[in-house]
Every structure is written in structure tokens, then in C-alpha cells.
Design a protein around this ligand. Structure first.
Ligand code: XLS
Ligand code: MG
Length: 343
């Protein structure tokens, strides 16, 4: 069954354990060394921020940048790996302090758009047509700081610019309701899909649904997935887990609420997610307490949990589920699901 799904994660998911309140606690692992671990952990796909692939991209000419990205593609090929997506990192540069596409400063907005075009050039060099947009700072700390109608207009213009720049790419917006901002402009799947329908080519704008982000919005991740599946725009997922409304925890998939994870696997499997090449992406972090040696377990564990849940999903007595639904006996259905998960 594992062979039916392909799994991916980003190099940032093997990290040094630094958080806003304390320094790093583990050694930095070089990018090449990280790549070597993918297959051993059971993964085939690599997710990239643009500068994960070309760290000094802002200092390079377009040709130099593409050449470096092509070197990375060769490294991937050498390891038998595929690039899943590239995401422009629009939240660290001083020019993105007030946001990227929605910044109040026109020069900063221009930077964000130029940087997004460069991220597309990197994606082409890595041979992927998927661009993820996590709209980190596209929001406000105080509501009066930006005009929310203008902000949406600007987001549409920015997405249009990317769609026009390259007619093959698809854009997966990754909604998140808060953090780092107080209010984000695209907090949910519905907002992301609706934004897509304001662009020049809605057929190429979909979503990347992250479990924790849906939970932070007070929503059920599997229902968010169902919404995107109904539009046929679930381009990728960021599975992880989240213990209530607090900072974005990026816990191992299923580690907080197994039933909620079961429902995500169930809807993905029911609607053939992955059959057209979509990856099961993970966006998980090792706990800061983890020692150097075990600091990739969260990745292999999340994959293991997904596959165990897949077994449970496929062994669920769906006939009985249908019967209980027909009799509107949801109490018995509740027990059936919980008992099945305890097998
Ligand atoms: C942060 C996001 C980020 C994106 C990629 O919460 O999950 O890692 O997935 O830009
Ligand atoms: Mg994510």
C-alpha cells in the first residue's frame, strides 16, 4: 500500500530546534546530507522554498540563479528524488516586513512580484510546475493598517502576474488564519478558492491544505480537503497535527487527534488523491527536546501513522457505515468508528 502513495517534505522539516524563545539545540545538517536521508525515511518528493534551492538567489543574475537550480536538480536526480513544489519565501527579507504582495510600499510590492517570478524560474529548472504560496505576512497586526479590499485586489494582481509569466504553472495557495500576522487575508480554503476565481485562470489556482492551519481557523481539516476536492483543486497537502488554538505546532501527523487524522486519510483515499501524481506532503517539526540522532523520527513516524490509518480506512465496514447513515443512527456510527480505531 505504501507504494500507492508518494510522500514529500521540505528541508526545513529537518531543523535545529530554535524557537522565538531560545537558540538552536541541534547541529545544522547540510542540504546535500538532508537529501541523502529522504529515501531512507520513505520519501520521494522534496518541497522547496526558492532559497532552499538557491540560498543566495537575490545576489545572483537570472542566469547564475538558474544554473545553481539546475545543479540542485542534478543532485535530486542523483538521489532518485523529485521536486514537488517551489514556494517564494516572502517573509524574511526587509522588503517584506509589511507583507509582500499587500505591502503598502509600491517598491516592496514590486520586489515581491519579481521574487515570485524568480521562484518560478527555479521551479522550471527543478522540473516542477507547482508553486505554493504561503501568504505569511499578507495581513495586518492592526486592522486599520491596510485596506482589506485593496489587499485582495493586490493579491489577485500578483497571482495573475505569475500565471501570465508562465502558462504551465499551477499555484497552490496555503491558507492560514494567523501567525505571524494577527489577521491574515486568506485564512481558509474557501478564501483561497474564491481568490482563485478572481484571477485570469481559476483552473490553475488551487490549494495546499495544512492540517494545523485549518485547526487554527477552527475548522475540520478533512472538511477543508473535501471542499477543495469538490473543486478538483487539492494540489497538495501539508499533513501534521495541532493541539488546539495556540502557536503553529507542526506536530507529527495523528499525534494529537487520531480520529481527525483518520478522517483526513479517509477523504483523501476515497477521492483518489495521489492518483494524478499529487504527493502526501508533511509539514512537521521535531520537538526541541529531541537529540540530534533522532531528529528525523517525526518524519518517518508521520508517514508510518498515515499508512497505519490507511489500513484502518480500507478495513472499515463501509456497508455498515451506509446502513447506519440510512437509519440515521449516528450514535452507533460513532461507536463503530471509535471501536474500529481501537482494533
Ligand atoms: C508555514 C508554512 C510554510 C509553507 C511553505 O506555516 O507551512 O512552511 O508550507 O512556504
Ligand atoms: Mg505548511
Amino acid at each position: 500500500m505504501a507504494g500507492e502513495y508518494r510522500f514529500s517534505f521540505g528541508p526545513w522539516n529537518i531543523h535545529e530546534g530554535g524557537d522565538p524563545f531560545g537558540p538552536t539545540v541541534r547541529d545544522t545538517i547540510a542540504f546535500g546530507e538532508k537529501l541523502k536521508q529522504y529515501k531512507a525515511l520513505g520519501f520521494d518528493g522534496v518541497q522547496f522554498h526558492d532559497d532552499d534551492a538557491v540560498p543566495d538567489m537575490n545576489d545572483l543574475s537570472p542566469d547564475q540563479m538558474v544554473k545553481k537550480a539546475e545543479d540542485v536538480r542534478k543532485m535530486l536526480e542523483g538521489e532518485g528524488l523529485t521536486a514537488e513544489f517551489v514556494a517564494p519565501r516572502l517573509w524574511e527579507d526587509p522588503r517584506t516586513i509589511d507583507g509582500g504582495y499587500t505591502s503598502n510600499d509600491p517598491e516592496c510590492r514590486q520586489y515581491a512580484r519579481d521574487r515570485s517570478r524568480r521562484a518560478i524560474d527555479i521551479a522550471v529548472a527543478l522540473k516542477t510546475d507547482l508553486i505554493v504560496l504561503w501568504l505569511a505576512r499578507e495581513g495586518t497586526y492592526i486592522r486599520e493598517a491596510k485596506d482589506s479590499k485593496v489587499a485582495v485586489d493586490r493579491l489577485v494582481e500578483a497571482v495573475d502576474d505569475m500565471l501570465e509569466y508562465n502558462s504551465d504553472i499551477k499555484i497552490a495557495i496555503e491558507p492560514k488564519p494567523n501567525e505571524p500576522m494577527d489577521h491574515a487575508y486568506i485564512p481558509t480554503t474557501g478564501h483561497a478558492m474564491a481568490l482563485g476565481y478572481l484571477t485570469k485562470d481559476p483552473s490553475r489556482v488551487g490549494v495546499n491544505i495544512e492540517t494545523a492551519h485549518a485547526i487554527l481557523a477552527g475548522l475540520d481539516p478533512s472538511d477543508e480537503m473535501g471542499f477543495a476536492l469538490a473543486y478538483d483543486r487539492l494540489y497538495t497537502v501539508h499533513l501534521n497535527d495541532q493541539n488546539g488554538l495556540k502557536f503553529d505546532e507542526d506536530k507529527s501527523f495523528g499525534s494529537v487527534n487520531l480520529r481527525r487524522a483518520f478522517d483526513q486519510v479517509r477523504i483523501l483515499d476515497k477521492y483518489d488523491y495521489g492518483k494524478r501524481g499529487e504527493f502526501v506532503g508533511l509539514d512537521v517539526k521535531a520537538m526541541r527536546t529531541q537529540k540530534q540522532a533522532g531528529a528525523t523520527k517525526h518524519l518517518s513516524n508521520s508517514r508510518t501513522i498515515f499508512l497505519k490509518l490507511l489500513d484502518l480506512v480500507r478495513s472499515l465496514d463501509e456497508k455498515q457505515v451506509e446502513q447506519l447513515i440510512a437509519h440515521r443512527d449516528y450514535e452507533e456510527l460513532d461507536l463503530l468508528i471509535v471501536s474500529h480505531m481501537m482494533k
